[in-house]
Design a protein around this ligand. Sequence first.
Ligand SMILES: Nc1ncnc2c1ncn2[C@@H]1O[C@H](COP(=O)(O)OP(=O)(O)OP(=O)(O)O)[C@@H](O)[C@H]1O
Ligand SMILES: [Mg+2]
Length: 360
Amino acid sequence: MINLRNVRKFYGALEVIKGVDITVEDGEFAVFVGPSGCGKSTLLRMIAGLEGIDEGDLILNGKRINDVPPDKRGIAMVFQSYALYPHMSVAENIGFSLSLKKVPEAEVRRQVEGVAEILQLTDYLDRRPAALSGGQRQRVAIGRAIIKKPALILFDEPLSNLDSALRVQMRAELQRLHRELKATVVYVTHDQVEAMTMADRIVVLNKGVVAQEGAPMALYHEPDNEFVATFIGSPKMNIIPVTATRPAGGKVHLDSPIGLSLDLADANGAVPQGEAKLGIRPEHLKIAAEGQGNFSAEVVIVERLGVETYMTVGSQQQPIVVRAEGDIAVRSGDRVALTADPAACHLFDSAGKVIRPVTA
Ligand SMILES: Nc1ncnc2c1ncn2[C@@H]1O[C@H](COP(=O)(O)OP(=O)(O)OP(=O)(O)O)[C@@H](O)[C@H]1O
Ligand SMILES: [Mg+2]
């Protein structure tokens, strides 16, 4: 188990990690996700011991390890650019750290074969890296890390050099590997789909602070702020500026310049009157009969993916994405009426903080 307690990091005067508290439980697959430059790699390198920690505590299994050198932490790290030794075979690459430690050759061979089996590299052990596909090379890099039997494995964007089909395959393989090794994993990515599909727990980072952490579906359903709301989920949540009024008890009425008119239950009057932002995901907008629904808008873009179709409606200043069924008969230029599912609406204040509860 790892704890980060109020961890800070400065590069000169620039504070890049601004007091981060994170707990990763034993055996968990944790994903740190966030946009480029938010501090993901820095955090991971601090856990590995490759960067110093300026303030706060890094605790591994109850012990403060801020000052423990990297090779004494029992942590393995797999980088995005996995430089394999080109002149060595796959087996030699995987077994290199054991050979360095003068482990007898037969024992190295035995352990390499075990690792190769887990990673489905058995047939490639005698090849050089140049004769492998990108995914196979990535698995060799993982093999090099796991042969040390680390209790904690850190991955820094390990799949970003792979094509999309391979990425999908490797996502599944990494999950299988996690189950088999029973190791704790901290995985860094800027790709929210990778985070959603692989994580037990997601930590969303923004500008050196934790924006929110939780189980993938908890972040999807109950984002604490506009940043997480629009970062998790694809296509992203629509944000529509609204004015809130409270005409009658137990309800809040929302109006927007795009012509939207919507009542939400607000039993305890949590929503202040005035300016706010309505968050609604593409999948929670439904086509309504003409003249019905909460608003109507012109369709400007139709993207057909087969199983589903995404329509962009409204103006260039306020585009709204709607998920519809694949075969929907709609063309750009059509006008559609839309209903927002009130139970799936989110409200944010001008600072982007969620206003709860919205619905009763
Ligand atoms: N050695 C350094 N000196 C000064 N600033 C640095 C240094 N390394 C990183 N930074 C800054 O720290 C911030 C966090 O960098 P970091 O590499 O952790 O981001 P990241 O979240 O991993 O981004 P990416 O998704 O692009 O890999 C960035 O603003 C970066 O410019
Ligand atoms: Mg990085």
